[in-house]
Design a protein around this ligand. Structure first.
Ligand code: E4P
Length: 218
């Protein structure tokens, strides 16, 4: 399973990349706003800065919600850097735009996916990635991981090449659950990625090894 980091924060992206386990980055307009990045040109510069850190796919989301607007914006974003994947919302014009981008060889991430039917349309349009939102479904007492599992099964059964990118991951446990149901990618906050390292037996085992080493090497 590939690991993407779900942030527009350059320091966090650098830290995850330095760990040597990062395969890509996802951003969205909220994450860009959180970093205080405003204006089209500043956003574009920030996407290029991210692309220059990570050797992998970087999702940059269109703001337009009409077909023509998405095409114009998506083509501009894709031209910024070879790592850019154009992120498009799962609405009717978005599906149409994904079909257009697919024909042009521009990679896409169909975002805001909350049902198998939406994932089916994204795959039929040729999306590179589909993003089911795990945490937001859990927030409304639905089951986000179950949706990931259903989409993975559907894509395997019908042979779709669209990769399942589990998004809206909130916890380390979500990452493990994504592994268990066969997600192709999980995009996660840095804290959830680092949480994978935590185990009290690792900490106590290391402390004991060092203590024993010091006993004879003091
Ligand atoms: C990434 O592609 C999504 O936009 C992001 O994971 C959404 O996460 P959230 O539900 O925590 O805002």
């Amino acid at each position: 399973m590939k690991f993407f980091i779900d942030t527009a924060n350059l320091a966090q992206i650098q830290e995850a990349n330095d760990m040597g386990v990062l395969d890509g980055v996802t951003t969205n307009p909220s994450l860009m706003a959180k970093e205080g990045i405003k204006g089209v040109e500043n956003c574009k510069k920030h996407y290029v800065d991210i692309c220059n850190i990570v050797e992998g796919d970087v999702s940059a989301e269109v703001i337009a919600t009409d077909y023509e607007g998405m095409i114009k914006e998506g083509e501009e974003l894709a031209a910024l850097h070879p790592h850019i994947v154009v992120k498009v919302p799962c609405i009717a014009d978005g599906i149409k735009a994904i079909k257009y981008f697919t024909k042009k060889g521009i990679r896409t991430n169909c975002t805001l996916v909350f049902s198998p039917g939406q994932a089916l349309l994204a795959a039929k349009a040729g999306a590179t990635y589909v993003s089911p939102f795990v945490g937001r479904l859990d927030d409304i007492s639905s089951d986000g991981i179950e949706l990931v599992e259903k989409i993975v099964s559907m894509y395997r059964y019908y042979g779709f090449s669209t990769q399942v990118l589990a998004a809206s991951i909130r916890t380390t446990q979500h990452i493990i659950q994504c592994l268990e149901v066969g997600a192709d990618v999980a995009t996660c906050p840095l804290a959830a990625i680092k949480g994978l390292l935590n185990h009290p037996l690792t900490d106590s085992g290391l402390a004991k090894f060092l203590e024993d080493y010091r006993k004879v090497n003091a």
